[in-house]
Design a protein around this ligand. Structure first.
Ligand SMILES: Cc1cc2nc3c(=O)[nH]c(=O)nc-3n(C[C@H](O)[C@H](O)[C@H](O)COP(=O)(O)OP(=O)(O)OC[C@H]3O[C@@H](n4cnc5c(N)ncnc54)[C@H](O)[C@@H]3O)c2cc1C
Length: 409
């Protein structure tokens, strides 16, 4: 293999490049990214960067010198527009083509917009450094009336940061409870209660009909005719995977790039990693939702490395290693660090095994006699010890015994 192309210059793409070099690959690596930035970390965009506490340089995933030591052929600020698997080339928006022997696709995801969303100033989505800096300036003096549409993790982090800067903040959520997708309704409600305690107005079960304003946003229109006044609106209604450039490539696209267990995308030498990879996760073998896509930092980092390692194994004629992982994420809201490991389902039994839901606590999620997830709020040492149990698909009783052991010490 003489030439590897990595498309997507963020966490998964960078980890792929690093792994190729660490494993001794010394051929050409072309890293293509449509942002002009060298890779940076996204979690601080809704936290420390938005709060004005960290500047942009602090969130680089590698310092400039360290990054240069990877000896990459960089194509930053240019989009990949097509993949031709018949000729092994990636077409770029500047009209050039890059040939590859091996390819890692890591183009992630982008925020969804509201249906028919007008272009008004003061309305932002949050995925990039540029968007975070724009929003930081909009909320900096603490006088803006901020409305967040969507009570998911990123929306609630933005709400917390804006509130801490002194802004009046309202969160609008269409579902009856916040954070349902990540935590289920019972724990979602418990975790989001920190917002009410800190003066955020959280309104669930409301439907947004549109945005109002002339040039600049002035309010959010609900479907019952009410207008919620706003100077700044954050649209936080989830993401769509960046797979448009792969249409017509022959790869299977289904809310992401469909891969096998080794993250191979169905064509020899072509792998996918990060927020856009949909793969059968052996850690959930036999479950209905074993074919999954995960939008968390740890998954993107680990998959980038795994995809590169499997690409190298392929060049040696070896079978790839299945990527198996128990999803993990964290979120910071006000003074709470929330951590979740596993997968939450609406039908899970939830058992709070330590603390109280109006402060620090930890809870087990289970179903059918099996442990499926663990949530910790402000109690990091109560979460990670369950990682091995989740990986080995431990029983509910084993999990209860572990919880008892942890709380006894
Ligand atoms: C504000 C924010 C806060 C977050 N906080 C947390 C957190 O607290 N905990 C947690 O676990 N996770 C968090 N995440 C999620 C985490 O950052 C993502 O899971 C991770 O960034 C995914 O990495 P990725 O490399 O797969 O994709 P991305 O980071 O989305 O990177 C994909 C890159 O590819 C580029 N690209 C797209 N299309 C093309 C194309 N056609 N050609 C070239 N380049 C292209 C994109 O512009 C982007 O630079 C957060 C995300 C955001 C946005």
């Amino acid at each position: 293999m003489k030439s590897v192309v990595v498309v997507g210059a963020s966490l998964a793409g960078l980890r792929a490049c690093e792994t190729l070099r660490m494993e001794g690959y010394d051929g050409r690596i072309t890293l293509v990214g449509d942002e002009a930035e060298i890779p940076y970390d996204r979690p601080p965009l809704s936290k420390k960067v938005l709060a004005g506490e960290w500047d942009a340089e602090r969130i680089r995933l590698r310092g400039a010198d360290d990054f240069a030591s990877l000896s990459l052929d960089l194509r930053l600020g240019v989009r990949a527009t097509a993949l031709h698997t018949d000729r092994n080339v990636v077409a770029l928006a500047d009209g050039t083509e890059v040939a590859y022997d091996g390819l890692v696709i890591a183009t992630g995801a982008s925020p969804r917009r509201l249906p028919g969303q007008p272009d008004l100033s003061g309305v932002v989505t949050l995925r990039t450094l540029a968007e975070s800096l724009t929003l930081r300036d909009l909320i900096a003096d603490g006088t803006a009336r901020v409305v967040v549409i969507g009570a998911g993790f990123i929306g609630l982090e933005v709400a917390a940061t804006a509130r801490q800067r002194g802004c009046a903040v309202t969160v609008l959520e269409g579902l009856p409870t916040p954070l349902v997708r990540g935590l289920g309704s019972e724990m979602g409600t418990a975790v989001a209660a920190v917002h009410a305690r800190n003066g955020v107005t959280l309104r669930c079960g409301v439907r947004v009909a549109g945005l109002q304003g002339a040039g600049r946003v002035s309010g959010v229109l609900l479907d019952d005719g009410e207008v919620v006044p706003a100077d700044v609106v954050i649209v936080g209604i989830g993401v769509a995977t960046n797979t448009d450039w792969l249409i017509g490539s022959g790869l299977q696209l289904q809310d992401g790039v469909v891969c096998d267990a080794t993250l191979n995308a169905g064509v020899p030498g072509v792998y996918a990693a990060g927020d856009l990879a949909r793969w059968p996760n052996g850690a959930f073998a036999g479950d209905d939702d074993m074919l999954m896509r995960v939008e968390h930092w740890t998954n993107a980092a680990e998959q980038g490395a795994a995809a590169a390692a499997n690409l190298l194994a392929w060049t040696r004629g070896e079978a790839g290693t299945p990527f198996e992982s128990v999803p993990f994420f964290w979120s910071d809201q006000f003074d709470s660090r929330i951590q979740f490991i596993g997968r939450a389902h609406g039908d899970d039994e939830v058992h709070v095994f330590t603390g109280s839901t109006d402060g620090k606590f930890a809870a087990l999620y289970g179903h059918g006699g099996r442990l499926r997830g663990v949530l910790g709020v402000g109690l990091p040492r109560m979460v990670m010890p369950f990682r091995a149990l989740l990986a080995e698909r431990a029983s509910w009783d084993t999990a209860l015994a572990k919880a008892a052991e942890l709380t006894a010490t």
